[in-house]
Write a protein that binds this ligand. Sequence first.
Ligand code: GLN
Length: 210
Amino acid sequence: APTVGVLSLQGDVAEHVRMLEHLGARTVRVRRPEELARVDALVLPGGESTTIEKLLRAFDLVEPLQDALRAGLPTLGTCAGMILLADEILDAAPGQRGVGGIDMVVRRNAFGRQVDSFEMSLAAPGLLPDVDSDDADRPLRAVFIRAPWAESVGDGVEVLATVAVDDGGDHGEAVERIVAVRQGSLIATAFHPETTSEPFVHRLLLNSLS
Ligand code: GLN
């Protein structure tokens, strides 16, 4: 079984560990460069991106993490983890730079002005790897908690899921906002696949290992 590290500085670590073990992976909680060096894949959990970033610095993990991402370590970032993986962050906290890796611009707390947390069904065929399964067309349950979205993505980035959001104008029109992406070995979701019993996103990460 592959060994998947879960960055364990802050955030919903236990939920990711549970989901990964449910899918048959071995897990390691990553707090030090030596632990990072032993994993076949990595999860950057949701939580608070500025706190996680400060702890990454305090634990001397920023450079080892950037090196690992550049070297192609399969990595999933959810919510705060998506923010960390973005090359550019809008509405960042003072001094917040992120780690980078995915050619996208994310907006922090993007849904916040409208609603803090919500759960919805996503039409996200890009997140269902097994196209032959009975599940292939069903919507995916997704939980958003003070979530970011990707405001724009580069050419090399595949959009896996979007949600329709009111554009805030007078005419009540909807814009599609990007909430899941993949670029090479990196996957990011604005929602929390670990809090629902939806294994698709973690499976996508594990499938990239075999
Ligand atoms: N708003 C948080 C941040 O900026 C992310 C929220 C989450 O991970 N649930 O880091």
